[in-house]
Design a protein around this ligand. Structure first.
Ligand SMILES: Cc1cc2nc3c(=O)[nH]c(=O)nc-3n(C[C@H](O)[C@H](O)[C@H](O)COP(=O)(O)O)c2cc1C
Length: 184
């Protein structure tokens, strides 16, 4: 079946204005999620701290944008309890998990029922430049100050200027692929 066969009646075609001359025709969310499950991605815990308090969520939607100056982006669902905290604090840290840290990934994905700052009672934490929690065992941590935010569909895209980096223990990283944690 081609993607065009899978278009639903409720595709959000009115949600975007195309850059080019043709109108936008998106695939259905279900087939899109199925397709994305085949795209393996590193697993991160996004943390923040500041006037809005400490919060954190598991995310794979993280990407380098430019190294001149160093900027990366991460995408958070606006329904996540971490989203308003990140917006208000204006800072976040991307903690890239090691292969043995699936439990922390589940904890920060809300799969164990632990919420808010209680999530930080697991793991050893420090800080770098922004006061966002830095997971000592993470293979790498990128401490960022937000320079731009775009709302796209259900998510906010946060662009963060990287103010500090911490290289943690070397070794295999945790990757999410076909809805399972894998070691790479
Ligand atoms: C492997 C994995 C990757 C995820 N990636 C993202 C992501 O990139 N962006 C996002 O908004 N939520 C992502 N989530 C879902 C959030 O972790 C989860 O919805 C959120 O932490 C739970 O909401 P809460 O923090 O409000 O409890 C991911 C979850 C898992 C298990």
């Amino acid at each position: 079946m081609s993607w065009i066969d899978q278009r639903p009646d409720d595709a959000m075609d009115g949600a975007f204005t195309a850059v080019g001359p043709e109108s936008v025709r998106t695939v259905e969310a279900g087939p899109f999620r199925e397709a994305m499950s085949r795209l393996g991605a590193a697993v991160h815990v996004i943390t923040t701290a500041g006037p809005a308090g400490k919060a954190g969520a598991t995310a794979t939607a993280v990407c380098s944008v430019t190294d001149a100056p160093p900027v990366l982006l991460m995408c958070l669902n606006r329904r996540s309890q971490t989203n308003p905290a990140v917006s208000e604090n204006g800072v976040f840290c991307i903690n890239t998990l090691g292969a043995s840290e699936a439990e922390i990934a589940d904890l920060f994905a809300g799969r164990t029922g632990v919420t808010g700052s209680d999530r930080f009672s697991t793991g050893e934490w420090t800080t770098l430049a922004t006061a966002s929690p830095v997971l000592v065992s993470a293979v790498v941590a990128f401490d960022c100050r937000i320079v731009e935010v775009r709302a796209v569909g259900s998510h906010n895209v946060f662009f963060g200027a990287v103010e500090a980096v911490r290289l943690g223990p070397q070794g295999p990283a945790l990757v999410y692929h076909e809805r399972a944690y894998k070691k790479v």
